[in-house]
Unconditional design. Structure first.
Length: 98
């Protein structure tokens, strides 16, 4: 299963990409959101507007400037994993992810 999900936290919209059917969108986001918050605090200044794909079981993350780049990196390490993708921005634009 693959699908897009636009979520709102504190009035800020974040785009998430669900790849696979292991978790529901809500479960995947609940697992990945705390990881994203930590990463945004660490990486947000240096990687503003980049995408970060998070694999919830290992908490591995992958950075890229576009959806193909970030998912290629993520799939290389975890070919069958589930990822949730966020934009490292306080006010992110919604991207179209495949």
């Amino acid at each position: 299963m693959s699908g897009l999900s636009a979520l709102t936290y504190g009035g800020v919209a974040f785009l998430g990409l669900v790849v696979s059917g292991k978790f529901s969108k809500d479960e995947l986001d609940a697992n990945c959101w705390p990881i994203f918050e930590r990463l945004y605090a660490e990486l947000g200044e240096n990687y503003r507007d980049w995408l970060v794909a998070i694999e919830p079981d290992s908490e591995d993350y992958f950075l890229g400037q576009d959806d193909y780049e970030v998912l290629a990196r993520a799939r290389k390490r975890h070919p069958k994993a589930v990822f949730f993708t966020y934009r490292l921005s306080p006010d992110p634009a919604v991207d179209r992810l495949c």
